[in-house]
Design a protein around this ligand. Structure first.
Ligand SMILES: [Zn+2]
Length: 296
């Protein structure tokens, strides 16, 4: 059981593991978030779906073996084909369906560093795993540096990049009219330490900064789709931001005192949070090490 949880946890973050997973029992479910706006869950990153007069618009697409189930879930809501897929970042549990969705006629859109990382072999120091380059058909065909706005389904969909955080190619997707924000893996909801993917250019200060930015832009009624975990409200994001900031400051203090990475991990600076926050995908020692690595 323990091994299984470990294996699943790795697979959540790492695209290369997709082939070894059994997706046959995975159910893709749609949850209505606002008028014309849905959150789809199956396995991998939460998907955002906008439907309406212009056509379907997806944020992220989980794993390739789930594409048929995802398209069936979309079809149960609207007959319109998927016209755009925006990736929140390059990780395979968010981009694994790209090639299939592209073949089905969608334009793939992402930050330019998503295309860069998907185009070349990637190595995760955290998980000691290599991810091969993605096939041409899985790569974003439209890339942006700062952001791009879609005028689609009567919505203003603002997609914007933030400084290095979860990775160096993160994008936040704000559906202005529906008052919904998709944060990708800038936010793990449900009391889980964030994954600061230092191997992909991530930084804990960016994670805090991205949360600050969204908190400043939303209100109590805004619905927030996290990369993983249940649909959230502003208060959940505030709790997350405050926790990450508190722990970041503790680790920064130890690092500033000249303690080595191993010594900081051994000091267990997250100990009083671990029972609640350290049971998920990112274990306390891994979190502490990644925060340490990403601090100046
Ligand atoms: Zn991710």
């Amino acid at each position: 059981m323990r091994f299984l949880i470990h294996a699943l946890a790795l697979a959540v973050a790492l695209p290369a593991a997709a082939q070894q997973q059994d997706f046959s029992q995975v159910e893709v479910k749609a949850e209505k978030v606002a008028e014309g706006l849905y959150m789809l869950t199956g396995r991998g990153g939460n998907i955002g779906l906008s439907v309406g007069k212009s056509g379907s618009f997806l944020v992220d697409d989980q794993y390739a073996p789930l594409s048929d189930k995802i398209l069936a879930a979309v079809k149960a809501i609207t007959p319109d084909p998927v016209r755009f897929v925006v990736n929140t970042h390059w990780h395979g549990d968010h981009t694994g369906g790209n090639e299939n969705l592209g073949k089905a006629g969608a334009f793939l859109v992402a930050h330019e560093n998503v295309r860069k990382r998907m185009s070349s072999e990637q190595f995760s120091a955290t998980f000691q795993r290599t991810t091969p380059p993605s096939p041409e058909g899985a790569l974003p065909v439209v890339t942006f540096a700062e952001g791009v706005t879609f005028h689609w389904n009567g919505e203003e969909i603002r997609v914007y990049h933030v400084p290095p955080a979860h990775t160096d190619g993160d994008a936040i997707v704000h559906f202005v009219k529906a008052d919904v924000v998709h944060m990708g893996d800038l936010f793990f909801n449900g009391f889980n330490y964030p994954f600061v993917d230092v191997s992909s250019g991530g930084s804990v200060d960016g994670v805090i900064g991205a949360a600050d930015r969204v908190i400043a832009a939303v209100n109590e009624k805004t619905r927030i789709i996290p990369g993983h975990g249940p649909l959230a409200a502003k208060t959940d994001l505030v709790t997350y931001r405050d926790t990450v900031k508190t722990l970041r400051d503790r680790i920064a203090k130890l690092k500033a005192e000249g303690k080595t990475r191993d010594a900081v991990i051994a000091a267990k600076p997250t100990a009083d949070y671990d029972a609640k926050w350290g049971q998920g995908f990112i274990k306390p020692d891994v979190f502490t090490g990644l925060v340490y690595d990403s601090l100046p």
